[in-house]
Ligand binder design. Structure first.
Ligand SMILES: [Zn+2]
Ligand SMILES: [Zn+2]
Length: 641
């Protein structure tokens, strides 16, 4: 008998060689029907693979990340089987699961291929799925594996086998299709109920441009037909909300090839929105004891040699700027931190002075590959809502708690209420790759874990995900469509204080190194605005909306009254405009609705006579007449965060 420990801590006894599917069956039939794979002592296995010794077992279903990726990877095998059936002689590269779905890189030889072929392949996949073929695992020797794929004439698989150690090679077979794969897979193809091929692209074998370009076919599959329709609906909705599309329609930002790829131009309305975000965070930061600083967009190359950025990113980034002075070189600022370290060093610091918190909306430049650029989410110049906190080791936890408060305040004000925090700690097996003393690491890791717990954050902890210079806490938010985005980050750093020889005088009158914390609640203004646009579909919270109201005079006769109204309403918090076009008021209302302007103030004869306005709300309709004072009061109340 073997002892199986389940996630709730309970221990059950089974015959040696029992598999996870049978364990599931012993718990409930319903569970067994949903088990896709199992984590056995930390490794994901086929649910049908026999367990030979005592083990911890976690059953994986569609609701688990690993369950989904096993499902999608198994779907890649199913697609390969369909391709081999439909196009005999097709050769196969690799077919992994990705974030949403899977792909397979294939070589069709001279056969042309396009998305027009998708339907035929999807149908064949469904037909094969319905046969409920088991995915059967088989250990093979290197020579047998080589013989099999030599016979088949698949040079890509042979290339992969070359790098594998004899004794570690497995084949998986479902139906008539056998693939080289280490697994794991779902029990059988019958789990796959809905299929959609989504894209086709070129991909070099092993990512090497000097080798053959294969055809990469992307797809996504589901265990229920309804999940596919939900997914397709989400894709449609995401297209409508695409920040690149809305950014143009709402006149927020633009790109110009003449200015340069990946360098956003903020248009007046976008700049107004951006300024409101800056003001909002600035106010919160002032209250939390931050001190604004300003540093230049470039820095001497030596600054980044000292910080280590030059060594790490120098070759792949914007190249140094030369001056008429022989040998003098500057770099575009890739990070604000080195500048802030120099600010810290401008005077001696005592333990009583700490923490100090320098905040800067600092614009940085990083050379992203042109293929990686994407709207505002991947750009070459962006502004971080950056700050660096310098504190004593015993202050790390308190500082973390305060930063968490700030991040949550930002999320709440902007309507992100579904988020988790990822705590990234050291790999306990490999402590030598991290810099900083054991003592400080233990202190900082415990501080983050405790701070997150005391703040009641929903967290996941990832071992081995810490940077080499310190542990961190990242916030992942879910937007209105359920998509996850990484936004705010808080990171401890033992490296830069060392490299810049930062010091403070302790109560013992000795010199000590401060701990540095990098933090950015938005991440960057560019990325944050992109996420915000897609989250709220361009309908920003009222306080953030660049134009909160529009005055619509019914005819030319009421223009004077409208202009006076605008003058009395506009101030630093409330902004609006007038539609003076020679159009019917119905048309003006429709256009204002399209622009998602929250309030429409209609003025005609009656309003001028009574000294009132007739108010319409975007998406809601007529609110009736009111005085300007009443409207202004209501607006101010609504925009107070
Ligand atoms: Zn596989
Ligand atoms: Zn930093």
């Amino acid at each position: 008998m073997i002892k199986i420990t389940l996630p709730d801590g309970s221990i059950r006894e089974y015959e040696k060689g029992t598999n996870s599917l049978q364990i599931a069956q012993s718990i409930s039939e319903g569970l067994a029907r949903n088990v896709l794979a199992a984590e056995v002592d930390g490794q994901v296995w086929d649910a049908t693979r026999p367990i030979e010794k005592d083990a911890s077992v976690r059953l994986l279903t569609w609701n688990d990340k690993e369950g989904k990726s096993t499902f999608w990877h198994s779907s890649a095998h199913l697609m390969a089987e369909a391709l081999e059936t439909l196009y005999p002689g097709t050769k196969f590269g690799i077919g992994p699961a990705i974030e949403t779905g899977f792909y397979y890189d294939v070589d069709f030889g001279d056969r042309p291929f396009s998305s027009d072929d998708f339907k035929k392949i999807e149908d064949k996949m469904l037909e094969l799925a319905r046969t409920k073929s088991d995915y059967i695992r088989k250990q093979v020797s290197k020579s047998d594996a080589t013989a099999y794929f030599s016979e088949k004439g698949d040079e890509y698989k042979l290339d992969l086998i070359k790098d594998l150690a004899d004794g570690s090679i497995t084949f998986y077979t479902q139906g008539n299709f056998t693939d080289l794969c280490r697994g794991p897979h779902i029990p059988n193809t019958g789990f796959i109920k809905a299929i959609k091929l989504t894209n086709v692209a070129g991909a070099y074998w092993r990512g090497d441009e000097s080798r053959k370009q294969l055809t990469r076919i992307y797809g996504v599959t589901f265990p229920k037909a309804s999940e596919l329709s939900d997914y397709l609906h989400m894709i449609e909705e995401a297209k409508k909300r695409d920040h690149r599309k809305l950014g143009k329609e709402l006149e927020l930002f633009a790109f110009s090839e003449r200015v340069g790829m990946g360098l956003p131009l903020w248009l007046p309305k976008g700049a107004a929105l951006r300024q409101k975000l800056i003001d909002f965070l600035q106010r919160a930061q002032m209250k939390a004891g931050y001190e604004p600083v300003v540093t230049p967009h470039i820095g001497h190359k030596n600054l980044y040699v000292t910080s280590g950025h030059y060594e790490k990113y120098g070759a792949d980034s914007f190249q140094p700027i030369r001056t008429p002075q022989e040998g003098e070189e500057f770099l575009l600022k890739p990070m604000n931190c080195p500048h802030h370290c120099e600010i810290y060093k401008t005077k001696p610091r005592s333990y009583k002075d700490l923490p100090v918190r320098f905040a800067e909306f600092g614009t940085v430049y990083r050379y992203e590959q042109s293929g990686e650029l994407h709207g505002l989410t991947r750009v070459r110049g962006f502004t971080q809502d950056d700050a660096h906190l310098f504190c004593r080791p015993d202050q790390v936890k308190d500082e973390f708690k305060k930063v968490i408060d700030l991040v949550l305040y930002v999320f709440k004000a902007l309507g992100f209420d579904d988020y988790t925090a990822q705590i990234s700690l050291r790999d306990p097996e490999n402590k030598s790759k991290y810099i900083g003393s054991e003592e400080n690491w233990l202190l900082a890791e415990a501080a983050i874990v405790e701070a997150a717990e005391e703040k009641g954050l929903k967290t996941v902890t990832e071992l081995g995900e810490a940077a080499f210079y310190g542990p961190k806490l990242d916030f992942m938010v879910k937007d209105a469509l359920g998509r996850k985005w990484q936004l705010g980050t808080i990171q401890v750093d033992y490296n830069l204080p060392e490299r810049f020889e930062l010091e403070y005088t302790g109560s013992d009158n000795q010199k000590h190194r401060p701990v540095m914390i990098h933090r950015a609640p938005f991440g960057s203004l560019e990325r944050f605005v992109a996420v915000l646009i897609e989250h709220c579909a361009g309908e920003f919270p009222l306080w953030l909306t660049p134009e909160q109201f529009i005055i619509l005079p019914v005819s030319e006769k009421y223009e004077e009254y409208a202009k006076k109204l605008l003058e009395s309403l506009n101030n630093t918090d409330i902004r609006g405009l007038i539609d003076l076009r020679d159009e019917k008021v119905g048309r003006k209302i429709r256009d204002a609705e399209i622009k998602k302007i929250p309030y429409m103030l209609i003025v005609g004869e009656k309003e001028v006579e009574n000294g009132t306005i007739s108010v319409r709300k975007h998406g809601e309709g007529d609110l009736g007449g009111m005085t300007v004072e009443a409207f202004s009061k209501q607006l101010i109340k609504e925009i107070t965060v």
